[in-house]
Design a protein around this ligand. Structure first.
Ligand SMILES: Cc1cc2nc3c(=O)[nH]c(=O)nc-3n(C[C@H](O)[C@H](O)[C@H](O)COP(=O)(O)OP(=O)(O)OC[C@H]3O[C@@H](n4cnc5c(N)ncnc54)[C@H](O)[C@@H]3O)c2cc1C
Length: 464
């Protein structure tokens, strides 16, 4: 059995690796000249910069993949309970952890805290219509919680606009807790207790990063897949080999060698939604139309280095996010050298900053030097930095993250329902079940396992 995997980001490589490991004949195509998709790392003058995810929250699937890639010994874990900050009303304010939010800290005023208490003691129900995340937070907790907590938090995950992100599309648990427990906080506390019991004795989930850069995971997978990976090979369309039959696919592939056709028994599309839409416009036109309507937000990632003594503010912690309405371009900054070793030369610090997102796409269109200058200016003010950065590096993702706007999950359910009539065609990627790397790997493994289960002729045994 031949499986074509289109896209060599984490979703495509995780799926291809699992298939190849279990005996399938796999070919991976990516239009870029490198693997990794949005995951990219670069070593520069003693700094190690990440331009995609700075770290991953561990899931069982991601841990398995890292182990199978031979990198288990190369994982560094961020210190547990590193303090996080929100920049609001001109200064960094610690984010109280867990139930502390009800009583402590300067992030939320008394009015906002009273709204939290009112939810804890109260009885509310979600409205029948779909709410945006902003509508939900404003209705339940008021604008301060939206501006200082929920807004910055979603810009950290989705680079999204809370006025457009759907509550049920992004945080379905919040909706469920209000619906079932009549209080978001009571529901959250119940879920926390249940998780505590379930996870008793297990290590706390933590954030990890790979010592030689997160892209080293993709490099290791790609090396194991060897000449099964074809770079600079853009898939233009996926069609049936024989229009009248329900078996076999034909991929139209363009590369520097020209246009070629590749035949496969199964196809996994691990490219972003807009690319998937173009490939499927002939085979599944209405699914393609829905996929094409998924919006992506652009993000620019700026890695900067400073000598430690240039920075007056303590950098103990994870980093900070910026509250809504602060008139800042920065979405947030991760203090990478405070979390992981080997990110900066001795005596220097490495800060990873993000600008753009769905609420400010225009900033990502500026020349890279201007983006770097904006970030340095704002970092200097917020972290009290004197003098210029000793190192800087900018990476612009034009289509960084899919937006789980209102109706997104319903649209994905329709796409999946439609594609069920095309057996052996699978979608994987960050626009389906969640944007995090760990979830992408889970979705990729599920697709691989489905293919392996449906094709008994695949020999099950390690072939990598
Ligand atoms: C700035 C940023 C920060 C992030 N931070 C975190 C974080 O802290 N934690 C976390 O867990 N996740 C984070 N994420 C999310 C996570 O990194 C992504 O969701 C995940 O890496 C997406 O992987 P993917 O393989 O699904 O897609 P992609 O990485 O987009 O890969 C898709 C691949 O398909 C290829 N392709 C497209 N069209 C074609 C075609 N026609 N033919 C062939 N190939 C094609 C592309 O070249 C690309 O390589 C972040 C993402 C970004 C951008």
């Amino acid at each position: 059995m031949r499986v074509a995997v289109i896209g060599a980001g984490i979703s495509g490589l995780a799926c291809a690796f699992r298939l190849a490991e279990r005996g399938a004949d796999v070919a991976v195509f990516d239009r870029a000249s490198r693997t990794g998709g949005v995951i990219a790392s670069a070593a520069r003058n003693g700094f190690l910069f990440e331009f995609g995810p700075q770290s991953f929250q561990t899931t069982a699937a991601l841990k398995d993949l890292i182990r199978a890639a031979g990198l288990a010994e190369e994982c560094d874990r961020a210190p547990a309970r590193s303090p996080r900050y929100v920049y609001a009303a001109g200064r960094l304010r610690p984010v109280p952890m867990g139930p502390q939010i009800l009583v402590a800290g300067s992030l939320l005023g008394l009015g906002a805290r009273l709204r939290l208490w009112r939810d804890l003691a109260g009885d509310s129900r979600p409205p029948d219509r779909e709410e945006s995340l902003a509508e939900f937070v404003r209705r339940k907790f008021g604008s301060e919680v939206l501006d200082r907590l929920a807004g910055p938090f979603v810009s950290g995950i989705y680079a999204g606009d809370p006025e457009r992100l759907g509550l049920r599309d992004t945080f379905p648990d919040l909706y469920r807790w209000e619906k079932e427990d009549r209080s978001v906080l009571r529901g959250a506390m119940k879920a926390m207790r249940a998780r505590k019991d379930k996870d008793a004795g297990k290590p706390r989930p933590s954030f990890l990063a790979l010592r030689r850069g997160n892209a080293s995971l993709l490099d290791a997978l790609s090396a194991k897949l060897g000449d099964r990976v074809h770079l600079g090979a853009s898939v233009e369309s996926v069609s049936r080999s024989d229009a009248s039959s329900q078996a076999g696919f034909q991929l139209a592939v363009t590369s520097s060698a020209g246009a070629e056709t590749f035949c496969a028994d199964s196809v996994v599309i691990a490219a972003p939604a807009d690319s998937a839409a173009r490939m499927l416009s002939g085979l599944a036109p209405s699914a393609a139309e829905r996929l094409a309507s998924i919006e992506y937000a652009p993000v620019a990632v700026v890695g900067t280095g400073y000598r430690r003594e240039q920075v007056r503010r303590s950098l103990e912690g994870f980093g900070f996010l910026v509250a809504r309405g602060e008139s800042r371009k920065l979405l947030g900054t991760v203090w990478m050298s405070s979390l992981f070793p080997g990110r900066a030369p001795e005596g220097q610090v490495n800060l990873a900053s993000f600008v753009g997102g769905a609420t400010d796409p225009a900033t990502t269109e500026l020349p890279e030097e201007e983006i770097a200058a904006i970030v340095e200016r704002e970092l200097a003010e917020i972290l009290e930095i004197r003098g210029a950065a000793t190192e800087r590096s900018v990476w612009v993702h034009r289509r960084a993250l899919p937006q789980y706007n209102i109706g997104h999950r319903a649209r994905i359910a329709e796409v999946r329902a439609e594609l069920q009539r095309i057996p052996d065609l699978h979608l994987v990627g960050n626009y389906l079940d969640g944007p995090s790397t760990g979830v992408c790997v889970e979705t990729a493994f599920l697709a691989a396992d489905l293919i392996l289960a449906q094709k008994p002729e695949v020999s099950v045994g390690a072939t990598l």
